[in-house]
Design a protein around this ligand. Structure first.
Ligand SMILES: NC(=O)c1ccc[n+]([C@@H]2O[C@H](COP(=O)([O-])OP(=O)(O)OC[C@H]3O[C@@H](n4cnc5c(N)ncnc54)[C@H](O)[C@@H]3O)[C@@H](O)[C@H]2O)c1
Ligand SMILES: N[C@H](CO)Cc1c[nH]c[nH+]1
Length: 893
């Protein structure tokens, strides 16, 4: 094997480096260890090939410079024998395979046994050209030096370093090579061309390779930059010479002769490295493959397509060039904030994962999003691997502490201290340290963690293949055992009604797993309870402003005045409901947005007492986002309770929770059942907004719809709860379009943190194919969805046909999520088909309308006979008389 020696003091050193980069190793001779050219070279990618030989080290601290060169990634540092002779033990901490020694034949004679175990390469300085005498001497040294393998595997190498102008015969290289001796030559005597007075690099390289085949060819394994095999070919001496010359993959075809790979197909190869195997009879070409691939069947490799990370990397690289419009991947490429959020989300989930399956799952997610970021920024998987390899070559170890921001142990200690402080302070049950705004893990994910496989798909129907009865059945929501739920809720409501706070505390311990000391936090709320990061605060403030604007516009503060007949004036004016209870769900997800949706209209309406009820977190606190909203809307109390017990507390009142006049807000089946139960109990004297149960969504989509958008909207509601239902009405969609939507549902769902919930809600959901918009609208109006999305051409034209729906989202750019959070409309909406007769929460929800009238003498005279006659018909004489006594006076009867 030949090794070029490149003098970094030479002007053309970088050109030399590039010319001989295909050889496995190069020796870089630098004037000093910190030479600027050397440092620049070590910053590039190929450094694992370099043996660095500085002529001079810093005399104060040579070891530090050796560490620096090895940490920078050089494969080996070459030291003069004198350095070892002075104190060999100083180098004993450096891995043997990273050190080489340069010495003369005479010096080798003095080598102590200890040096043999410190270095992996002996570079013998030979001042004369190869001769029979020095060749024999070199061979003797090789025999002595090469005894035994390196501790971590591999051989010790002996290299004969010939002087500046020596151009050895190929036969000498072959002779030394057969004895396992490499030849180090000045790059000045080498050439990529066949040139008089120079040694051709291809021929020199091949002079130690022996073919064991009758045709004299050399089996050549072709691999990509990640070392993944692309195929097996054959090389001849000429093809190798040509490869070194052109820097391309050139082989020998037994049918075509010299074969410039890709010359006709376009699938060319840039040659990255050429290696010979351990017994010198086969080659390995490392290439950067262009075009469709190496295999003539238009796939990447002859042994089939790549898999694993390499495959993901290749897919993302090709998607970067041509991602389908509207696909999730394209969105990720264009939205660096989304990628950032996903990486942080997945990293957190990986930290929280504990089972081997979950850890593998979360790692896969994290790697996926990390690779998207790489590809979006022109970084390849190989670049990442190169970094890992560089790190593995470092010999100085960093302590590896986490930055303070991420130091979990320190944070836990802080939280423990804060919790201890809270226990000591009886009146403040919430932590004083703000937790990150992360939502709690879905209950289902926590329980299962197993059924994470299988396609996630909705059921599929064709409207014209269904009987009327079958169509009707589809209008029903997933069955809820309401008798069973009522039976569970009644005793809960009863016990809170009878035992007040004591029952509340017990039930919170039972259902929410937290033993509180008190049930209510009263305003003014402490600033520590609502500490938010700036981005969250700004998001809440913007949502607040939009929702406030839309709900303030609904307020009719002018009385309605109509003179129905001359002298008969009818008026209607509104007054706020004084005390309202707002339920903010907190079971599988904490929903500060619901606090906005209920609190803002209540505040706009002017309710004088606003109580917000929400389940406490496991540490007994309420999320700071909800506390901040409670503060903004002017709530007087936050009730730390959820479920039926919270509803009962607000309906009947307890020692600490005020009784309210109306309870609003969505919730699970227990919440909804308790609202209905307390509403029909006249002794509670409480009303409710509506039965707002599990979230649901109906999408009507035509061929103009974007599959990725449709799927994302369906999933946005399917992720709420296992009982959520989403429906897609496909209007004249082709089979391809429909299956693109189904694929997106599956793929996007699998990337969701709440995929376990989606796995249960999506199978309860369905797609129904129809032929016309009329059929679609008819079905939608009968279903009366909570949310209706129109993914249609000229979607706005169809709004006038909507008869029953909680809220409508018009066109491709109106995702339902905007209505959930920030556009201005309310997200507390009727579900279960109640949109046929209920409106969603709005400003009027928190108002009563009072009417009044005033009649003049003339007005009463004009209307009197009508009223008296109608009272007579009903047999209500007192009614008739109240008008009659006045009419007699007016008319002087
Ligand atoms: N329609 C709308 O406008 C709208 C808006 C937002 C949310 N939602 C829906 O609200 C619901 C929120 O449900 P959630 O469960 O996440 O939160 P939640 O706050 O409604 O319910 C959590 C509470 O349920 C109680 N509970 C749990 N298991 C119980 C059991 N076995 N027996 C008695 N009580 C029990 C606990 O006290 C717990 O605090 C979802 O279905 C979501 O779709 C609807
Ligand atoms: N989509 C829900 C109404 O059904 C509301 C919500 C809250 N947070 C997110 N979404």
């Amino acid at each position: 094997m030949i090794i070029p020696r490149i003098d970094l003091a030479a002007e053309d050193c970088k050109a030399q480096l590039s010319a001989y980069r295909l050889l496995p190793n190069q020796v870089l001779v630098a004037p000093t260890a910190d030479n600027a050219t050397l440092q620049t070279i070590l910053k590039n990618q190929n450094k694992d090939a370099y043996w660095v030989q500085p002529a001079q080290f810093d005399s104060q601290d040579p070891l530090a410079q050796i560490h620096m060169l090895l940490d920078a990634g050089s494969d080996k540092v070459v030291l003069p024998y004198a350095a070892f002779a002075a104190d060999a033990s100083a180098f004993s901490h450096i891995p043997q395979e990273r050190l080489a020694v340069a010495l003369t034949l005479a010096e080798f004679e003095q080598v102590q046994a200890s040096l043999l175990s410190l270095v992996s390469v002996f570079i013998l300085t030979i001042n004369d050209p190869p001769s029979s005498t020095n060749t024999e001497a070199i061979k003797r040294v090789a025999q002595a030096a090469q005894a035994g393998l390196l501790p971590r595997g591999g051989i010790k190498r002996v290299v004969a370093s010939f002087s500046e102008n020596t151009v050895p015969q190929l036969a000498s290289i072959t002779d030394l090579g057969r004895a396992g001796i490499d030849i180090l030559l000045s790059s000045n005597v080498l050439s990529k061309d066949i040139q008089e007075g120079k040694l051709n690099i291809g021929q020199a390289f091949m002079s130690t390779v022996v073919s064991d085949r009758a045709d004299g060819l050399f089996p050549t394994v072709v691999v990509d930059e990640q070392g993944i095999s692309l195929g097996l070919v054959y090389s001849s001496l000429d093809s190798v010479v040509e490869s070194f010359k052109t820097g391309k993959g050139v082989y020998f075809s037994r049918t075509r002769g010299l074969w410039h790979k890709g010359a006709s197909s376009g699938s060319t190869q840039d040659l990255v490295k050429v290696h010979v195997d351990c017994d010198s009879d086969a080659l390995q070409f490392t290439v950067h493959q262009h075009g469709t691939g190496f295999c003539h069947n238009n796939i990447r490799g002859c042994f089939g397509p790549s898999s694993g990370l390499a495959h993901l990397d290749q897919t993302l690289q090709s998607r970067r060039i041509s991602a389908p419009a509207g696909s999730y991947t394209q969105r990720l490429f264009n939205d660096s904030n989304l990628v950032k959020s996903k990486i942080m989300e997945e990293a957190e989930e990986l930290c929280d994962a504990s089972t081997p399956e979950d850890i593998a799952w979360e790692t896969a997610d994290l790697i996926y999003f990390a690779l998207v970021k790489c590809v979006a920024n022109g970084v390849t998987l190989r670049d990442v691997e190169q970094q890992l390899e560089n790190r593995s070559r470092k010999i100085s170890r960093r302590p590896g502490h986490a930055k303070p921001k991420w130091d979990v142990s320190a944070k836990e200690a802080l939280l423990a201290a804060a919790a201890a402080a809270v226990v000591a302070a009886p009146a403040a049950p919430q932590l004083t340290v703000a937790d990150p705004p992360a939502a709690p893990k879905p209950a289902v994910a926590a329980q299962s963690g197993s059924a994470k496989s299988g396609r996630i798909s909705m059921k599929s129907y064709k409207m014209n293949a269904l009987s009327a009865d079958e169509q009707k059945k589809l209008l029903l929501r997933p069955i809820i055992q309401s008798d069973d739920i009522m039976a569970r809720v009644k005793p809960i409501v009863q016990s809170v009604r009878e035992r007040g706070d004591a029952a509340l505390l017990e039930l919170t311990a039972k259902f929410d797993g937290v033993q509180l000391q008190s049930t209510v936090i009263s305003a003014p709320f402490s600033p520590e309870s609502m500490i938010l990061d700036e981005q969250t605060r700004r998001a809440i403030d913007q949502a607040y402003d939009n929702i406030q604007k839309f709900h303030a516009a609904q307020l009719q503060d002018q009385a309605l005045v109509v003179e129905t007949m001359p002298g008969v004036v009818c008026t209607r004016f509104s007054r706020p409901i004084e005390r309202v209870g707002l339920y903010v769900p907190g079971g599988t997800a904490v929903l500060p947005s619901t606090a906005l949706m209920l609190g803002i209209p209540a505040a706009v309406a002017g309710c004088s007492e606003i109580v917000i009820a929400t389940p406490p977190r496991k540490d007994g606190s309420i999320v700071p986002e909800v506390m901040y909203v409670a503060h903004k809307v002017g709530a007087s109390k936050v009730l730390m309770a959820g479920g039926a017990q919270a509803v009962a507390a607000m309906a009947y009142g307890t020692e600490s929770c005020p009784k309210v006049d109306k309870i609003c807000g969505p919730g699970n089946q227990y919440v909804t059942a308790a609202k209905m139960l307390t509403q029909i109990d006249s002794s509670s004297l409480v009303s409710i907004d509506m039965p707002a149960g599990p979230s649901e969504l109906l999408v009507i989509a035509d061929m103009t719809s974007v599959p990725a958008y449709v799927a994302s909207d369906l999933l946005s509601q399917a992720e709420h709860g296992t009982d959520s239902q989403v429906v897609l009405i496909a209007v004249g969609l082709t089979a391809e379009h429909l299956s693109a939507i189904e694929d997106e549902v599956h793929e996007q769902a699998n990337r969701l943190p709440r995929v376990d919930i989606v796995r249960e809600s999506i199978p309860k959901s369905y797609i129904i194919a129809v032929d016309s918009m009329e059929e679609a609208m008819k079905f939608s109006n009968e279903y009366a969805p909570e949310h209706l999305i129109l993914h249609l051409e000229e979607a706005e034209r169809h709004v006038e046909q909507v008869m029953n729906a909680g809220s409508v989202f018009v066109g491709h750019w109106s995702p339902e999520s905007c209505g959930d959070y920030a556009s201005g409309t309310n997200h507390t909406l009727p579900t279960y088909g109640y949109a046929r007769m209920y409106s969603g929460v709005n400003t009027d929800t928190f108002l009563k309308h009072i009417t009044s009238q005033q009649l003049t003498k003339e007005g009463l005279d004009a209307i009197g006979d009508t009223v008296m006659r109608l009272a007579e018909i009903e047999g209500l004489e007192a009614h008739r008389n109240a008008v009659g006594v006045r009419i007699r006076d007016i008319r002087g009867l």
